[in-house]
Design a protein around this ligand. Structure first.
Ligand code: ADP
Ligand code: MG
Length: 727
């Protein structure tokens, strides 16, 4: 009998609840381990405090002497909280977070032992981080990388280490992380959106992008996970027959959270709150053992850091509760996968949400301006937006079976569609006073009312307007939000710059009033971007056809999708806004392609091993049991035995067929890998995608058939019903 699976199942049955009680109010826990405004006021001199605040609000440089003062206050605070080490905390392009801890402890030249942390250590470090992906940047320039403090994201203490959020760049200036281009994109959208917002309100001096992510994930028992090499090494099941009961009854979604999971979530929330991650919502998701956690939205850079930190904390807390968190976009075939919706909006320094209609017609025109410009930006750069969420894991959610296609469209609901239809009829040129009054009263002025009862929700749309924000739903659960957020804020920035130019040109050259000019430009934008709007079923086959007619891109996998990232237009976009130069754009493309190849390569190897070393031997073993049985029947019944051994002989034959296929397919798949490995990067990627990857499905199918034939007692891997329903 296979030991591991049954030991794991026994372990799960014997798990003791780790009971977590909320002893403190969440509000008093919040930010306890963060060097935020409150701690700064207490531990910094007034001038040091002001200079950090100015760095956050206006991007002002912090002088070295001030940095020393800040470091000293920060150290005092951290030591009082029990910190022993500090680290620059950054997000290299591996997708995980990185840290290298140094102790505060130091021995001075005269032999004294002290706790040291000065401005230099706060501001800049040079980790020996040569093994992080760099897409050839550092080979080309022979440059070292360094990390530099990002004062806009506060330092925090996690597990006795003071973590200082930083960017990670090459000495030649090229970004080697997710944060650097994001910060540049946020700057670009700030400046472009501020200019446009000032058409409506002269007092606006800054616009921040806001992000509220929703993290989906699966939780399975760690003993069961450890008994599955595929889960341990790839984060998903590469084989496993569907459970007779899956999600068909919809009885998990929003159901009561299992006690063991609730204890985990409570523990997680306590840790998150202390770290300043404002988690608010938790609930069961659609699939069994699938859950979601979501915070209150924050400024985008901080929200991105918080999501990266959350994923890390989730894994650590899970270890304590003997769970394994699966972030993979499709850990189980046949049931829902996991995404990370990115709710996005723009807010002024006065706290006005630019995607929320206001009380006056002018505020509503402001809303419409940002609303239409976002739609126009998505239309213009739909393929780039699709590329920003491309990954081997997300390929299973976009474009594969039972998943939405990799086509970007925007859903806005019937009511707002009607508003845009009305605006398309606006007169070309100057508007008559009557028309303007009409518009203000009956179209623009009515927006708040119609939005109030706008309950239209289309769950199949990858990019949906949900009342006061857009929700980018196609983002994968493992993704670092920085990637889609960099792209979204960049394309909106570019669009707003072009909008401002067009409006100003009408005012200057055609002598139009500001309102007239805005209406005129919006009218054209609405017409030009109409094809991106889609209100129907985004999962249906009809949409694929329709999208093709509308000339929307439909890239079915990561390799097809990534191509656009190095196109002339995209390079021009990133370069002109100083978000990434051509070298950085190309480096990222290379890193993503390589990551794709590696993921498929690992999956292919793991499946080859599991199928050959676990599945075939098990099947052979069971065949021997059947052979013995048939021999026994023959001994008893002589020539008549076959009448009693029909099923057995049929199963024997089926098992042989599947074994033959599995063995031949693994050999062919390995051969394909070998051939692919000899090709250059782009060809190799294509080969992995179109030649290697399809074998995974074929081999899996034979293994899954065997799972149904072989004695359950002999099967070595925890089954879907165990992974999904035992906890
Ligand atoms: P749902 O989309 O499930 O109806 P909510 O509308 O409350 O739920 O919001 C979902 C997510 O959207 C939350 O993470 C929330 O913080 C975020 N969100 C709400 N308003 C904004 C905004 N203005 N900018 C960015 N994110 C927002
Ligand atoms: Mg939502």
């Amino acid at each position: 009998m296979p030991k591991l699976r049954f030991q794991a199942l026994a372990a799960v049955q014997n798990r003791e609840d780790i009971k977590i009680v909320d002893i403190e109010k969440r509000s008093s826990l919040y930010g306890r381990n963060v060097f935020g405004e409150q701690a700064m006021r207490q531990y910094l001199s007034k001038s040091a405090f002001v200079s950090v605040q100015n760095a956050i609000a206006k991007g002002d440089q912090i002088k070295r002497v001030t940095a020393d003062a800040i470091a000293s206050g920060m150290k005092l605070w951290a030591l009082e909280k029990g910190a022993t080490h500090y680290t620059h905390w950054f997000q290299p392009l591996t997708g995980a977070t990185a840290e290298k801890h140094d102790a505060f402890f130091e021995i001075t030249s005269d032999g004294h032992v002290i706790e040291r942390f000065d401005g230099g250590q706060l501001v800049q470090q040079e980790p020996d981080a040569s093994s992080f992906p760099n897409g050839g940047i550092r080979n080309t320039f022979e440059a070292r990388g360094y990390t530099a403090w990002d004062p806009t994201s506060p330092a925090f203490i996690y597990e006795n280490t003071l973590c200082i959020p930083t960017v990670f760049v090459a000495y030649t200036g090229e970004a080697l992380d997710f944060k650097t281009p994001l910060l540049r994109a946020l700057n670009a959208v700030d400046s472009a959106a501020t200019d446009v917002a000032r058409y409506f309100d002269k007092s606006v001096s800054k616009v921040t992008a806001t992000l509220g992510w929703e993290q989906e994930f699966f939780l399975i028992d760690s003993a069961l996970a450890a008994a599955r090499p595929d889960i341990a090494l790839t984060g998903r099941t590469l084989l496993g027959h569907a459970s007779a009961k899956g999600q068909q009854l919809d009885d998990h979604y929003f159901g009561s959270i299992p006690t063991r999971v609730l204890n985990y979530l409570k523990n997680l929330e306590q840790e998150c709150l202390a770290l300043g991650i404002p988690v608010k919502t938790r609930h069961n998701e659609v699939a069994p053992n699938q859950f979601e956690i979501a915070p209150i939205f924050e400024e985008a850079n901080l929200a991105v850091d918080h999501n990266s930190l959350l994923m890390d904390v989730m894994e650590k807390v899970a270890e304590r509760h003997k769970f394994k968190v699966l972030f993979h976009e499709k850990p189980f075939a046949g049931i829902n996968g996991s995404g990370k919706h990115n709710n996005w909006s723009l807010a002024t320094d006065e706290g006005v949400n630019l995607l929320s209609p206001g009380k006056t017609p002018m505020k509503n025109l402001q809303f419409l301006t940002f609303f239409v410009n976002t739609i126009k930006a998505v239309h213009r750069y739909e393929e780039l937006l699709r590329a920003s969420i491309a990954s081997a894991g997300n390929d299973h959610r976009l474009g594969a079976n039972e998943a939405p296609p990799g086509i970007i469209s925007v859903f806005i609901g019937t009511q707002l569609t009607n508003v845009l239809n009305e605006l398309e009829k606006v007169t070309d040129g100057k508007l008559s006073p009557q028309e303007k009054t009409d518009l203000k009263l009956n179209v623009v002025g009515k927006i708040p009312e119609i939005l109030l009862d706008n309950t239209d929700r289309n769950r199949t749309s990858p990019f949906a307007f949900t009342g006061n924000k857009f929700e980018f739903r196609a983002v994968g659960a493992t993704a670092n939000c920085a990637n889609p957020m960099t792209v979204l804020n960049t394309i909106v920035a570019q669009q707003l710059i072009d909008f401002k130019k067009a409006v100003d040109a009408l005012i200057d050259q055609k002598d139009m009033k500001k309102d007239d000019a805005i209406f005129n430009v919006l009218r054209e934008y609405i017409k030009e971007s109409r094809n991106i709007r889609f209100e129907g079923d985004g999962y249906g086959a009809a949409w694929e056809k329709e999208a093709k007619k509308r000339k929307l891109s439909h890239n079915r996998n990561t390799i097809e999708a990534l191509g656009v990232r190095i196109s002339k237009d995209v390079k021009a976009l990133f370069t002109s806004l100083h978000i990434m130069n051509s070298v950085e754009v190309e480096a990222r493309y290379e890193i993503e392609i390589e990551e794709y190849i590696k993921r498929v390569q690992i999956e292919s190897r793991v499946l080859g091993d599991v199928a050959r070393n676990h599945i075939i031997p098990t099947a052979v073993h069971y065949q021997n049991v059947l052979i013995k049985n048939v021999q026994g029947l023959k001994a008893i019944y002589g020539d008549e035995y076959s009448a009693f051994a029909k099923a057995q002989t049929q199963i024997l034959k089926s098992i042989s067929d599947h074994i033959t296929h599995i063995d031949a397919d693994i050999t062919a798949m390995t051969e394909m890998r070998k051939r692919a490995n000899g090709l250059d990067l782009n060809e190799r990627a294509k080969a992995y995608c179109t030649k290697v990857f399809p074998y995974l499905e074929v081999i899996r199918n034979h293994c899954d058939k065997l799972e149904l034939l072989v004695d359950d007692e002999l099967w070595p891997l925890p089954k879907y019903r165990e992974l999904l329903f035992v906890n």
